[in-house]
Ligand binder design. Structure first.
Ligand code: FAD
Ligand code: NAD
Length: 407
Protein backbone atom coordinates (compact mmCIF):
# COMPACT_ATOMS: atom_id res chain seq x y z
CA UNK A 1 0.00 0.00 0.00
CA UNK A 2 1.25 3.53 -0.78
CA UNK A 3 2.50 5.36 2.28
CA UNK A 4 0.80 8.75 2.82
CA UNK A 5 3.09 11.71 2.20
CA UNK A 6 3.47 14.24 5.02
CA UNK A 7 5.15 17.46 3.97
CA UNK A 8 6.34 19.93 6.63
CA UNK A 9 7.27 23.47 5.53
CA UNK A 10 9.64 25.36 7.85
CA UNK A 11 12.02 24.01 10.50
CA UNK A 12 11.53 26.65 13.18
CA UNK A 13 9.89 26.03 16.55
CA UNK A 14 6.70 24.61 15.06
CA UNK A 15 7.97 22.66 12.04
CA UNK A 16 11.05 21.06 13.57
CA UNK A 17 9.19 19.95 16.69
CA UNK A 18 6.43 18.40 14.51
CA UNK A 19 9.08 16.47 12.54
CA UNK A 20 10.93 15.26 15.64
CA UNK A 21 7.67 14.11 17.24
CA UNK A 22 6.43 12.32 14.11
CA UNK A 23 9.68 10.39 13.73
CA UNK A 24 9.04 8.96 17.20
CA UNK A 25 5.29 8.44 16.85
CA UNK A 26 5.02 6.80 13.42
CA UNK A 27 6.57 3.52 12.33
CA UNK A 28 8.95 3.43 9.35
CA UNK A 29 6.33 2.06 6.98
CA UNK A 30 3.47 4.31 8.07
CA UNK A 31 4.28 7.56 6.27
CA UNK A 32 6.78 9.26 4.02
CA UNK A 33 7.86 12.44 5.84
CA UNK A 34 9.60 15.38 4.14
CA UNK A 35 10.83 18.54 5.85
CA UNK A 36 11.71 21.66 3.81
CA UNK A 37 13.60 24.65 5.21
CA UNK A 38 15.44 27.61 3.69
CA UNK A 39 18.63 26.75 5.56
CA UNK A 40 20.23 23.51 6.67
CA UNK A 41 20.25 24.81 10.25
CA UNK A 42 17.56 25.61 12.81
CA UNK A 43 17.92 28.86 14.73
CA UNK A 44 16.22 29.78 17.99
CA UNK A 45 14.22 32.84 17.00
CA UNK A 46 13.73 33.58 20.70
CA UNK A 47 17.43 34.46 21.05
CA UNK A 48 17.83 36.58 17.90
CA UNK A 49 17.89 39.86 19.86
CA UNK A 50 21.22 38.73 21.33
CA UNK A 51 22.68 38.18 17.86
CA UNK A 52 21.25 41.54 16.71
CA UNK A 53 23.05 43.36 19.54
CA UNK A 54 26.21 41.28 19.27
CA UNK A 55 25.94 39.89 22.81
CA UNK A 56 25.08 36.32 21.75
CA UNK A 57 27.00 33.73 19.78
CA UNK A 58 25.61 32.35 16.55
CA UNK A 59 26.93 28.87 17.37
CA UNK A 60 24.84 28.70 20.52
CA UNK A 61 21.50 29.52 18.90
CA UNK A 62 21.93 27.46 15.71
CA UNK A 63 22.00 23.73 15.17
CA UNK A 64 22.27 21.61 12.03
CA UNK A 65 18.84 20.16 11.25
CA UNK A 66 20.32 16.78 10.41
CA UNK A 67 21.62 16.53 14.00
CA UNK A 68 18.09 16.39 15.38
CA UNK A 69 16.12 14.56 12.73
CA UNK A 70 16.60 10.89 11.90
CA UNK A 71 17.62 11.11 8.25
CA UNK A 72 16.64 7.47 7.80
CA UNK A 73 13.05 8.46 8.64
CA UNK A 74 12.73 12.04 7.39
CA UNK A 75 13.84 13.37 4.04
CA UNK A 76 15.27 16.86 4.54
CA UNK A 77 15.31 19.32 1.64
CA UNK A 78 17.20 22.60 1.98
CA UNK A 79 15.23 24.91 -0.28
CA UNK A 80 12.96 27.93 -0.29
CA UNK A 81 9.22 27.45 -0.64
CA UNK A 82 7.88 29.68 -3.41
CA UNK A 83 4.22 28.72 -3.60
CA UNK A 84 1.59 26.48 -2.04
CA UNK A 85 -0.94 25.13 -4.57
CA UNK A 86 -3.53 23.81 -2.16
CA UNK A 87 -6.05 22.67 -4.79
CA UNK A 88 -3.40 20.59 -6.58
CA UNK A 89 -1.83 19.44 -3.24
CA UNK A 90 1.52 20.69 -4.45
CA UNK A 91 4.30 22.91 -3.15
CA UNK A 92 6.68 24.69 -5.50
CA UNK A 93 10.29 25.06 -4.37
CA UNK A 94 12.93 27.48 -5.64
CA UNK A 95 15.52 24.89 -6.79
CA UNK A 96 14.08 21.39 -6.39
CA UNK A 97 10.92 21.55 -8.49
CA UNK A 98 7.62 20.63 -6.88
CA UNK A 99 6.55 18.28 -4.11
CA UNK A 100 3.15 16.64 -3.74
CA UNK A 101 1.56 15.78 -0.41
CA UNK A 102 -1.32 14.02 1.25
CA UNK A 103 -0.93 16.03 4.47
CA UNK A 104 0.70 19.44 4.70
CA UNK A 105 2.03 21.21 7.81
CA UNK A 106 2.69 24.90 7.19
CA UNK A 107 5.11 26.38 9.75
CA UNK A 108 6.86 29.17 7.84
CA UNK A 109 6.92 31.67 10.71
CA UNK A 110 6.57 35.43 10.75
CA UNK A 111 7.66 38.62 9.09
CA UNK A 112 7.59 42.24 10.27
CA UNK A 113 4.30 44.07 10.05
CA UNK A 114 5.20 47.57 8.83
CA UNK A 115 1.62 48.93 8.69
CA UNK A 116 2.56 50.86 5.54
CA UNK A 117 4.66 53.39 7.52
CA UNK A 118 6.77 55.25 4.94
CA UNK A 119 10.38 54.08 4.82
CA UNK A 120 10.11 51.30 7.42
CA UNK A 121 10.45 48.49 4.87
CA UNK A 122 13.29 50.27 3.03
CA UNK A 123 15.31 51.90 5.80
CA UNK A 124 14.53 50.30 9.15
CA UNK A 125 16.14 47.05 10.23
CA UNK A 126 14.11 44.22 11.71
CA UNK A 127 14.84 41.12 13.77
CA UNK A 128 13.32 38.41 11.59
CA UNK A 129 15.89 35.72 10.96
CA UNK A 130 19.48 34.87 11.81
CA UNK A 131 20.68 36.77 8.75
CA UNK A 132 18.68 39.94 9.49
CA UNK A 133 19.88 39.83 13.12
CA UNK A 134 23.51 39.59 12.00
CA UNK A 135 22.90 42.51 9.60
CA UNK A 136 21.70 44.67 12.51
CA UNK A 137 24.77 43.93 14.58
CA UNK A 138 27.12 44.65 11.67
CA UNK A 139 25.32 47.83 10.62
CA UNK A 140 25.22 49.25 14.16
CA UNK A 141 28.87 48.58 14.85
CA UNK A 142 29.90 50.00 11.48
CA UNK A 143 27.84 53.16 11.99
CA UNK A 144 29.09 53.70 15.52
CA UNK A 145 32.71 53.26 14.44
CA UNK A 146 32.17 55.66 11.48
CA UNK A 147 30.51 58.18 13.81
CA UNK A 148 33.49 57.95 16.19
CA UNK A 149 35.92 58.38 13.29
CA UNK A 150 34.01 61.47 12.05
CA UNK A 151 34.93 63.43 15.18
CA UNK A 152 31.41 63.20 16.73
CA UNK A 153 30.55 66.89 16.37
CA UNK A 154 26.86 67.88 16.43
CA UNK A 155 23.99 65.65 17.50
CA UNK A 156 24.64 62.34 19.27
CA UNK A 157 24.10 59.20 17.21
CA UNK A 158 20.76 57.54 18.09
CA UNK A 159 19.64 53.96 17.91
CA UNK A 160 15.85 54.20 17.81
CA UNK A 161 13.85 51.05 18.55
CA UNK A 162 10.28 51.36 17.25
CA UNK A 163 7.90 49.43 19.50
CA UNK A 164 8.38 48.53 23.17
CA UNK A 165 6.74 45.10 23.05
CA UNK A 166 8.73 42.02 24.08
CA UNK A 167 11.05 42.08 21.07
CA UNK A 168 11.86 45.79 21.37
CA UNK A 169 12.50 45.57 25.10
CA UNK A 170 14.62 42.40 24.96
CA UNK A 171 16.71 43.98 22.20
CA UNK A 172 17.11 47.21 24.23
CA UNK A 173 18.30 45.13 27.20
CA UNK A 174 21.10 43.67 25.07
CA UNK A 175 21.96 47.05 23.48
CA UNK A 176 22.25 48.68 26.90
CA UNK A 177 24.88 46.04 27.67
CA UNK A 178 26.71 46.19 24.33
CA UNK A 179 26.85 49.92 23.56
CA UNK A 180 29.25 50.74 26.45
CA UNK A 181 31.63 48.10 25.02
CA UNK A 182 31.46 49.68 21.55
CA UNK A 183 32.03 53.13 23.10
CA UNK A 184 35.23 51.90 24.79
CA UNK A 185 36.34 50.10 21.63
CA UNK A 186 35.87 53.18 19.38
CA UNK A 187 36.87 55.84 21.92
CA UNK A 188 33.42 57.45 22.24
CA UNK A 189 31.97 58.97 25.42
CA UNK A 190 28.88 56.91 26.31
CA UNK A 191 26.63 60.03 26.15
CA UNK A 192 27.35 60.36 22.43
CA UNK A 193 25.14 57.32 21.72
CA UNK A 194 21.45 57.64 22.58
CA UNK A 195 19.27 54.56 22.97
CA UNK A 196 15.65 55.60 22.38
CA UNK A 197 12.61 53.36 22.69
CA UNK A 198 9.56 54.79 20.88
CA UNK A 199 6.22 53.25 21.83
CA UNK A 200 2.76 54.19 20.55
CA UNK A 201 1.06 52.97 23.72
CA UNK A 202 1.24 54.32 27.28
CA UNK A 203 4.01 51.98 28.49
CA UNK A 204 6.34 49.12 27.72
CA UNK A 205 5.53 45.40 27.57
CA UNK A 206 1.78 45.87 26.94
CA UNK A 207 -0.33 43.25 28.67
CA UNK A 208 2.19 42.69 31.48
CA UNK A 209 1.29 43.72 35.09
CA UNK A 210 2.37 47.34 35.58
CA UNK A 211 4.61 46.45 38.53
CA UNK A 212 6.73 44.32 36.16
CA UNK A 213 6.77 46.76 33.26
CA UNK A 214 7.76 49.54 35.67
CA UNK A 215 10.61 47.38 36.96
CA UNK A 216 11.76 46.85 33.36
CA UNK A 217 11.53 50.58 32.56
CA UNK A 218 13.62 51.55 35.60
CA UNK A 219 16.21 48.84 34.92
CA UNK A 220 16.69 50.08 31.34
CA UNK A 221 16.60 53.78 32.25
CA UNK A 222 19.36 53.20 34.82
CA UNK A 223 21.48 51.96 31.92
CA UNK A 224 20.81 55.01 29.76
CA UNK A 225 17.72 54.01 27.73
CA UNK A 226 15.26 56.85 26.99
CA UNK A 227 11.57 56.10 26.57
CA UNK A 228 9.03 58.05 24.49
CA UNK A 229 5.54 56.74 25.23
CA UNK A 230 2.34 57.82 23.42
CA UNK A 231 4.70 58.37 20.49
CA UNK A 232 4.58 56.84 17.03
CA UNK A 233 7.18 56.22 14.38
CA UNK A 234 5.75 58.16 11.41
CA UNK A 235 8.47 57.81 8.75
CA UNK A 236 11.99 56.46 8.41
CA UNK A 237 14.67 57.48 5.89
CA UNK A 238 18.34 56.87 5.33
CA UNK A 239 19.44 59.54 7.84
CA UNK A 240 16.91 59.28 10.64
CA UNK A 241 13.33 59.05 11.78
CA UNK A 242 10.22 61.20 12.20
CA UNK A 243 8.28 60.56 15.40
CA UNK A 244 4.99 62.02 16.59
CA UNK A 245 4.12 62.33 20.24
CA UNK A 246 1.75 64.42 22.35
CA UNK A 247 3.93 67.51 21.65
CA UNK A 248 3.76 67.07 17.90
CA UNK A 249 6.31 65.82 15.38
CA UNK A 250 10.07 65.62 15.89
CA UNK A 251 13.02 64.39 13.83
CA UNK A 252 15.83 62.35 15.30
CA UNK A 253 19.00 62.42 13.21
CA UNK A 254 21.51 60.84 12.80
CA UNK A 255 19.72 57.64 13.74
CA UNK A 256 19.38 54.01 12.84
CA UNK A 257 15.95 52.53 13.35
CA UNK A 258 15.28 48.97 14.40
CA UNK A 259 11.60 48.24 13.83
CA UNK A 260 9.97 45.95 16.42
CA UNK A 261 6.44 47.30 16.00
CA UNK A 262 4.69 43.99 15.37
CA UNK A 263 4.63 40.77 13.36
CA UNK A 264 2.38 38.97 10.90
CA UNK A 265 2.42 35.52 9.33
CA UNK A 266 4.75 34.81 6.40
CA UNK A 267 3.16 36.56 3.41
CA UNK A 268 3.75 33.50 1.25
CA UNK A 269 1.19 31.66 3.38
CA UNK A 270 -1.16 34.57 3.86
CA UNK A 271 -1.09 35.30 0.14
CA UNK A 272 -1.92 31.67 -0.72
CA UNK A 273 -5.37 30.15 -1.30
CA UNK A 274 -5.92 29.88 2.47
CA UNK A 275 -8.18 32.61 3.85
CA UNK A 276 -6.10 35.04 5.95
CA UNK A 277 -7.28 37.45 8.59
CA UNK A 278 -5.01 40.26 9.81
CA UNK A 279 -1.91 38.57 8.47
CA UNK A 280 -2.53 35.10 9.92
CA UNK A 281 -4.52 32.01 8.88
CA UNK A 282 -7.41 31.22 11.23
CA UNK A 283 -7.44 27.49 12.02
CA UNK A 284 -10.11 25.14 13.34
CA UNK A 285 -9.74 23.76 16.90
CA UNK A 286 -7.77 20.78 15.51
CA UNK A 287 -5.34 23.23 13.82
CA UNK A 288 -6.50 22.61 10.24
CA UNK A 289 -7.57 25.20 7.69
CA UNK A 290 -11.32 25.39 7.09
CA UNK A 291 -12.16 23.65 3.77
CA UNK A 292 -8.67 22.08 3.57
CA UNK A 293 -8.87 19.14 5.93
CA UNK A 294 -5.41 17.82 4.97
CA UNK A 295 -3.64 21.11 5.79
CA UNK A 296 -2.41 22.12 9.24
CA UNK A 297 -1.09 25.63 9.90
CA UNK A 298 0.91 26.14 13.09
CA UNK A 299 3.14 28.75 14.72
CA UNK A 300 3.17 32.43 13.80
CA UNK A 301 1.34 31.87 10.48
CA UNK A 302 -1.73 30.60 12.33
CA UNK A 303 -4.40 32.38 14.35
CA UNK A 304 -5.87 30.17 17.03
CA UNK A 305 -8.33 31.39 19.64
CA UNK A 306 -9.36 29.98 23.00
CA UNK A 307 -12.80 28.31 23.00
CA UNK A 308 -15.49 30.97 23.25
CA UNK A 309 -13.12 33.79 22.32
CA UNK A 310 -12.50 35.44 18.96
CA UNK A 311 -9.16 36.96 20.02
CA UNK A 312 -6.25 34.85 18.81
CA UNK A 313 -3.49 33.90 21.23
CA UNK A 314 -0.32 35.97 20.75
CA UNK A 315 2.18 34.29 18.42
CA UNK A 316 4.95 32.82 20.57
CA UNK A 317 7.45 29.98 20.46
CA UNK A 318 5.66 28.43 23.43
CA UNK A 319 2.47 28.36 21.37
CA UNK A 320 4.25 27.02 18.24
CA UNK A 321 5.73 24.10 20.22
CA UNK A 322 2.39 23.22 21.86
CA UNK A 323 0.71 23.35 18.44
CA UNK A 324 3.42 21.07 17.02
CA UNK A 325 2.77 18.42 19.70
CA UNK A 326 -0.98 18.53 19.04
CA UNK A 327 -0.49 18.57 15.24
CA UNK A 328 1.80 15.49 15.41
CA UNK A 329 -0.81 13.56 17.45
CA UNK A 330 -3.54 14.53 14.98
CA UNK A 331 -1.41 13.45 12.01
CA UNK A 332 -0.77 10.11 13.71
CA UNK A 333 -4.54 9.66 14.09
CA UNK A 334 -5.21 10.53 10.42
CA UNK A 335 -2.41 8.31 9.08
CA UNK A 336 -3.82 5.40 11.08
CA UNK A 337 -7.28 5.95 9.60
CA UNK A 338 -8.82 7.68 12.63
CA UNK A 339 -11.24 10.58 12.39
CA UNK A 340 -11.46 11.94 15.95
CA UNK A 341 -8.85 14.65 16.13
CA UNK A 342 -7.96 16.39 19.39
CA UNK A 343 -8.90 20.01 19.92
CA UNK A 344 -5.92 22.21 20.69
CA UNK A 345 -6.12 23.35 24.32
CA UNK A 346 -2.86 25.04 25.28
CA UNK A 347 -1.80 25.28 28.90
CA UNK A 348 0.31 28.41 28.71
CA UNK A 349 2.92 28.90 31.40
CA UNK A 350 3.44 32.68 31.09
CA UNK A 351 6.23 34.82 29.68
CA UNK A 352 9.64 36.20 30.59
CA UNK A 353 11.39 39.20 29.04
CA UNK A 354 15.15 39.39 29.41
CA UNK A 355 16.67 42.82 30.09
CA UNK A 356 20.23 41.88 29.16
CA UNK A 357 22.16 38.92 30.52
CA UNK A 358 21.70 39.68 34.24
CA UNK A 359 18.20 41.07 34.54
CA UNK A 360 14.67 40.22 33.44
CA UNK A 361 10.99 40.25 34.33
CA UNK A 362 8.45 37.50 34.02
CA UNK A 363 5.13 36.09 35.05
CA UNK A 364 5.21 32.31 35.25
CA UNK A 365 2.07 30.46 36.37
CA UNK A 366 0.92 33.69 37.98
CA UNK A 367 4.18 34.16 39.91
CA UNK A 368 6.01 37.43 39.19
CA UNK A 369 9.76 37.16 38.65
CA UNK A 370 12.36 39.92 38.60
CA UNK A 371 16.12 40.21 38.31
CA UNK A 372 18.53 37.30 38.01
CA UNK A 373 15.79 34.78 38.93
CA UNK A 374 13.89 35.72 35.76
CA UNK A 375 16.98 35.06 33.62
CA UNK A 376 17.58 31.70 35.30
CA UNK A 377 13.97 30.60 34.73
CA UNK A 378 14.22 31.78 31.10
CA UNK A 379 17.34 29.62 30.66
CA UNK A 380 15.46 26.64 32.16
CA UNK A 381 12.56 27.15 29.71
CA UNK A 382 15.07 27.29 26.86
CA UNK A 383 16.82 24.12 28.07
CA UNK A 384 13.51 22.30 28.26
CA UNK A 385 12.93 23.10 24.59
CA UNK A 386 16.38 21.79 23.67
CA UNK A 387 15.70 18.64 25.71
CA UNK A 388 12.43 18.04 23.84
CA UNK A 389 14.27 18.41 20.54
CA UNK A 390 17.46 16.48 21.13
CA UNK A 391 17.64 15.18 24.71
CA UNK A 392 20.36 15.91 27.26
CA UNK A 393 23.08 15.87 24.60
CA UNK A 394 21.63 19.01 23.02
CA UNK A 395 21.05 20.67 26.40
CA UNK A 396 24.72 20.19 27.31
CA UNK A 397 25.92 21.51 23.95
CA UNK A 398 23.67 24.52 23.54
CA UNK A 399 21.93 25.74 26.67
CA UNK A 400 22.91 28.80 28.69
CA UNK A 401 22.57 26.70 31.83
CA UNK A 402 25.31 24.35 30.71
CA UNK A 403 27.44 27.36 29.66
CA UNK A 404 26.98 28.67 33.20
CA UNK A 405 28.03 25.33 34.68
CA UNK A 406 31.05 24.86 32.42
CA UNK A 407 32.35 28.35 32.51
P1 FAD B 1 10.04 30.28 13.22
O1 FAD B 1 10.58 29.71 14.45
O2 FAD B 1 10.41 31.68 12.86
O3 FAD B 1 10.43 29.30 12.01
C1 FAD B 1 10.09 29.53 10.66
C2 FAD B 1 11.03 28.70 9.81
O4 FAD B 1 10.60 28.75 8.46
C3 FAD B 1 12.48 29.22 9.82
O5 FAD B 1 13.38 28.14 9.97
C4 FAD B 1 12.64 29.88 8.44
O6 FAD B 1 13.97 29.83 7.95
C5 FAD B 1 11.72 28.99 7.60
N1 FAD B 1 11.22 29.66 6.40
C6 FAD B 1 10.62 30.87 6.31
N2 FAD B 1 10.24 31.12 5.05
C7 FAD B 1 10.62 30.04 4.32
C8 FAD B 1 10.47 29.68 2.94
N3 FAD B 1 9.88 30.50 2.05
N4 FAD B 1 10.96 28.49 2.54
C9 FAD B 1 11.56 27.65 3.42
N5 FAD B 1 11.71 27.92 4.72
C10 FAD B 1 11.25 29.09 5.16
N6 FAD B 1 8.38 33.47 21.96
C11 FAD B 1 8.37 32.87 23.18
O7 FAD B 1 7.48 32.04 23.45
N7 FAD B 1 9.33 33.12 24.12
C12 FAD B 1 10.34 33.99 23.89
O8 FAD B 1 11.20 34.20 24.76
C13 FAD B 1 10.39 34.65 22.62
N8 FAD B 1 11.40 35.50 22.34
C14 FAD B 1 11.46 36.09 21.08
C15 FAD B 1 12.53 36.95 20.81
C16 FAD B 1 12.62 37.57 19.57
C17 FAD B 1 13.78 38.49 19.27
C18 FAD B 1 11.62 37.31 18.58
C19 FAD B 1 11.74 37.95 17.22
C20 FAD B 1 10.57 36.46 18.85
C21 FAD B 1 10.47 35.84 20.11
N9 FAD B 1 9.42 34.97 20.43
C22 FAD B 1 9.37 34.36 21.66
C23 FAD B 1 8.41 34.63 19.41
C24 FAD B 1 8.85 33.30 18.73
O9 FAD B 1 10.19 33.38 18.33
C25 FAD B 1 7.97 32.95 17.54
O10 FAD B 1 6.63 32.98 17.95
C26 FAD B 1 8.35 31.55 17.03
O11 FAD B 1 9.64 31.57 16.47
C27 FAD B 1 7.32 31.05 16.00
O12 FAD B 1 7.70 29.77 15.57
P2 FAD B 1 7.42 29.34 14.06
O13 FAD B 1 7.80 27.90 13.95
O14 FAD B 1 6.07 29.77 13.64
O15 FAD B 1 8.45 30.24 13.21
P1 NAD C 1 4.16 43.25 19.57
O1 NAD C 1 3.06 43.38 18.59
O2 NAD C 1 3.93 42.43 20.77
O3 NAD C 1 4.63 44.70 20.06
C1 NAD C 1 4.78 45.76 19.14
C2 NAD C 1 4.77 47.09 19.88
O4 NAD C 1 5.01 48.12 18.94
C3 NAD C 1 3.44 47.40 20.56
O5 NAD C 1 3.68 47.78 21.89
C4 NAD C 1 2.86 48.54 19.71
O6 NAD C 1 2.10 49.46 20.49
C5 NAD C 1 4.13 49.21 19.20
N1 NAD C 1 3.94 49.95 17.95
C6 NAD C 1 3.23 49.58 16.84
N2 NAD C 1 3.29 50.55 15.90
C7 NAD C 1 4.08 51.53 16.39
C8 NAD C 1 4.54 52.80 15.89
N3 NAD C 1 4.21 53.23 14.66
N4 NAD C 1 5.35 53.54 16.66
C9 NAD C 1 5.71 53.12 17.91
N5 NAD C 1 5.29 51.95 18.44
C10 NAD C 1 4.50 51.16 17.70
O7 NAD C 1 5.43 42.70 18.71
P2 NAD C 1 6.76 41.97 19.23
O8 NAD C 1 7.31 42.63 20.43
O9 NAD C 1 7.62 41.85 18.03
O10 NAD C 1 6.25 40.53 19.64
C11 NAD C 1 5.70 39.65 18.66
C12 NAD C 1 5.24 38.36 19.33
O11 NAD C 1 6.39 37.63 19.78
C13 NAD C 1 4.36 38.61 20.53
O12 NAD C 1 3.39 37.60 20.58
C14 NAD C 1 5.30 38.45 21.69
O13 NAD C 1 4.65 37.99 22.87
C15 NAD C 1 6.28 37.40 21.18
N6 NAD C 1 7.58 37.59 21.83
C16 NAD C 1 7.73 37.02 23.05
C17 NAD C 1 8.91 37.21 23.72
C18 NAD C 1 9.09 36.58 25.09
O14 NAD C 1 8.21 35.84 25.52
N7 NAD C 1 10.18 36.85 25.77
C19 NAD C 1 9.95 37.96 23.14
C20 NAD C 1 9.74 38.54 21.89
C21 NAD C 1 8.54 38.34 21.23
Amino acid sequence: MRRPKILILGAGYGGLMTAVRLQKMLGQGEAEITLVNKHNYHYQTTLLHEIAAGTGEEGRICLPIKEVIDVGRIRFIKDTVLEIRAEARQVILCHSGSLSYDYLVVALGFESATFGIPGVAEHALSIRSLNTAKRIRNRLEKQISAYAASGTQGEPFAVVVGGAGFTGIEFMGELAEQVPNWCVQYGLPRQRIRLISVEAGPGLLPGFPSVLSEYARKSLERRGVEFCFHTRIRAVDARGVLIEGQDGEKRIEPATVVWTGGVQGNSLVCGSAFPASRGRIPVTPDLRVADYDNVFVIGDCSAVSAPGSDRPFPPTAQMAVLQALSCARNLQTLVRGGKDLEAFAPKLKGAIASLGSHDGVGLIMGIPLRGKMATVVKAIVDSRYLFMLGGLRLVFRKSKLSAGISG
